[in-house]
Design a protein around this ligand. Structure first.
Ligand code: ADP
Ligand code: MG
Length: 355
């Protein structure tokens, strides 16, 4: 009865708990995509193909040519806290920074229909499996839930359908698929710039033209050119700096004083994960105030590798912002380097025009 429901405290079922947690981790399709991208890159892939329908809400599919997943691991693949990347608690400091500790696929399986086809190089065939709420389920009612042999290349294809189908309020909150698709292109573009030696493609289902296409052997500048255009790719200065004292190395490409746009593009990677940092963005924008006309902003791609022990483990998995030790010193060191690089380009140009 009503009084009962209001009067007594009861534990939520595990299923409800998992669904709530998943909905907090995967807020939009792009969050699922980022996890799938990172998994594919972690699997040593040199080719990633992404297909989306309705901004990833109807369909999100990513196919890679990585090492695949062993058939015997498929039954526990989508359980929470199952991972091949973390064994001891001590590893946690170095690996769990960006959140998921074996939670990504589990989370997705609680709020979408997830299916997989995967093949390792040891296996003579691929295996197909479907998941719901963390567990294997049959493809059709009445069939067995066990993974089925199938034809397929070495690698993994993960298909996520009907994201948020069981959270109708969330599903309805997405007005346009095109906004979500734009976020997907942005995220794929970030990894496509960062992951040298990996080919990327991304398109809408049914489209013949690609939203993003980067061939495997493209250099970093070529990648930036493919995705952000020649106007920026022609005006880049390389940045390379490291410090034993602060335990980091940084490398990347930044636009010079000839390039100026209304909004900053910052592609920031910390230990090969795409992250946001308002502190870093602000510091970089500050440098450019002396080089660019008023209201002008730069393009910056920066890959930062920090001794994992110095990166603060995030309290909550959804935090895309990161904190690390000696943040101020590290940012300052990088800013000095960028400022130096820009000044050099600036003076050599002045020199050229004068002579
Ligand atoms: P995590 O990445 O934190 O380990 P996930 O839930 O994202 O957790 O993935 C669970 C495990 O599934 C991974 O540790 C990995 O062994 C395997 N896996 C997931 N995606 C792929 C993939 N594309 N290729 C190979 N293995 C994968
Ligand atoms: Mg993962």
């Amino acid at each position: 009865t009503q009084t009962d429901a209001l009067g007594r405290i009861r534990a939520l079922s595990q299923d409800v708990v998992n669904k709530i947690a998943a909905g907090e981790i995967i807020v939009a399709p792009v969050h699922a995509l980022k996890e799938l991208l990172e998994n594919s890159v972690d699997a040593g892939s040199t080719s990633l193909e992404i297909i989306a329908k309705d901004g990833g809400l109807k369909l999100l599919q990513i196919s890679d040519n990585g090492h695949g997943i062993n058939r015997d691991d498929l039954p526990i693949l989508c359980e929470r806290f199952t991972t091949s990347k973390l064994k001891a608690f001590e590893d946690l400091t170095s690996i769990a920074t960006y959140g998921f500790r074996g939670e990504a696929l589990a989370s997705i399986s609680h709020i979408a229909h997830l299916s997989i086809i995967t093949r390792t190089k040891e296996s003579s065939c691929a295996y197909k499996a479907q998941y719901a709420d963390g567990k294997l389920v049959p493809a059709k009612p009445g069939q067995s839930a066990d993974p089925k042999p199938a034809a397929g290349q070495i690698g993994t294809r993960i298909t996520v359908e009907d994201l948020f189908y069981n959270i109708p309020t969330r599903r309805r909150a997405f007005r346009s698929g095109s906004e979500e698709y734009a976020k997907i292109l942005d995220m794929v573009g970030r990894y496509a710039v960062h992951c040298e030696g990996v080919a990327f493609s991304c398109k809408k289902q049914g489209d013949s033209s690609m939203g993003i296409f980067v061939p495997v052997n493209a250099s970093t500048i070529d990648r930036i050119r493919q995705i952000h255009g020649s106007s920026v790719a022609n005006e880049l200065v390389e940045v390379k700096v490291s410090s034993d004292r602060w335990g980091f190395t940084a490398s990347g490409w930044v636009s010079n004083a000839n390039y100026s746009v209304k909004r900053t593009t910052l592609l920031l990677f910390i230990n090969h994960r795409s992250v946001e940092s308002s502190a870093i963005k602000k510091a970089f924008e500050q440098i450019y105030t002396i080089f660019l006309p008023k209201g002008g902003h730069p393009f910056i791609y920066l890959s930062l590798e920090i001794d994992p022990q110095r990166v603060d483990v995030n309290v909550h998995p959804t935090k895309r912002e990161v904190n690390f030790l000696n943040e101020d010193e590290i940012i300052e060191t990088i800013c000095d380097e960028i400022r130096g690089g820009l000044t050099k380009v600036d003076t050599s140009r002045t020199f050229l025009t004068q002579s």
